[in-house]
Design a protein around this ligand. Structure first.
Ligand SMILES: Nc1ncnc2c1ncn2[C@@H]1O[C@H](COP(=O)(O)OP(=O)(O)OP(=O)(O)O)[C@@H](O)[C@H]1O
Ligand SMILES: [Mg+2]
Length: 290
């Protein structure tokens, strides 16, 4: 009996995945917005590619069941052996690294499409410490990258909450529509709740104006002014224009830098990468809290 037990224990021990600790210390940024279609995935993917292009080691974690990160980069992404859902729902702590695959883009890794994340979202509600599961699962992954970006679904459910608790910063894309503008207030409310109730120190990296169509000047001016009045210091200087190259690149499964490197969209995301690096490097963020 004793022999049987120790053989069983030994088997369990051997089946535990081992994930080696690295030497880096990633900054984790959740890209979140309550409204759908505001450019979360486009911003996540192209910011990640721009940072990787500058020599950073970057991981994109896709916590949206739509799996748009993998489709936006499908030219470069292979399926993983382990899904993110398996990592998040495991009884024992596992690391996101297990669900990561390299891409054809140097220094860029991603978690591929995981359609079962919608069921996972519901199952997380039954777990003890449910808000902290992704945070814990990123512990070793953080030591392998310079920046980790988390692409969130268009809601404030359990997976977005896990992303906010796992992140050091949140980047909030906002197209210049009234619904997206209202969504910013909701998200900032959630950030405050997370910080107060879960004793977290999530910081707002910035609000990013996206899909800005120069032809709709009146509405741009009105929403732009409201954003300035309410969230002045949080607004990023970089503005992402409405640019068909960004949509076409996503449809082609490529980053905008590969698909149309000279497009206004590529220039805007390059500029965003510089601004994000500067903000992550320090002082601007402190002045930009709610
Ligand atoms: N600046 C832009 N110019 C033109 N098209 C854009 C721009 N940004 C995003 N798009 C297009 O708009 C659509 C929505 O963008 P995206 O998928 O990035 O939004 P999202 O916020 O991630 O959506 P969801 O909430 O469904 O996850 C896509 O077809 C994308 O190609
Ligand atoms: Mg998306």
């Amino acid at each position: 009996m004793r022999k049987l037990l120790s053989a069983g224990l030994e088997k369990l021990r051997r089946s535990e995945p081992t994930v080696a600790t690295g030497t880096r210390n990633a900054r984790v940024v959740a890209v979140a917005a309550q409204k759908g279609g505001v450019g979360k995935t486009t911003s996540t993917v192209n910011l990640a590619c721009a940072l990787a292009g500058e020599g950073q080691r970057v991981l994109v974690v896709d916590v949206d069941a739509q799996g748009h990160v993998a489709s936006a980069l499908r030219d470069a992404v292979k399926p993983a052996r382990v899904s993110l859902s398996e990592v998040l729902l495991a009884q024992k702590t596992r690391d996101v690294l297990e669900a990561v695959v390299p891409t054809a883009i140097d220094e860029l890794h991603v978690t591929p499409c995981d359609k079962s994340l919608s069921e996972t979202e519901a199952l997380l509600a039954t777990r003890v410490g449910r808000e902290f599961i992704l945070q814990t699962a990123l512990k070793t992954a953080r030591t392998h990258y310079d920046t980790i970006l988390i692409d969130c679904p268009p809601n404030l459910g359990n997976l977005t909450l896990n992303a906010l608790v796992a992140a050091d910063h949140v980047l909030i894309p906002c197209d210049l529509s009234i619904l997206a503008f209202e969504g910013v207030a909701d998200l900032l409310g959630t950030v405050q709740t997370v910080n107060e109730r879960l004793r977290h120190e999530l910081r707002v990296l910035g609000i990013l104006r996206t899909r800005v169509d120069a032809r709709t000047r009146q509405i741009n001016d009105a929403i732009g002014a409201a954003l300035h009045d309410n969230y002045g210091g949080m607004l990023l200087d970089t503005v992402i224009p409405l640019n068909s190259a960004l949509a076409k690149a996503q449809a082609a499964g490529q980053s905008v830098f590969r698909f149309a490197p000279k497009s206004p969209g590529a220039a805007a995301y390059r500029s965003l990468a510089h601004e994000v690096r500067a903000r992550l490097a320090g002082e601007v963020i402190a002045a930009a809290q709610p």
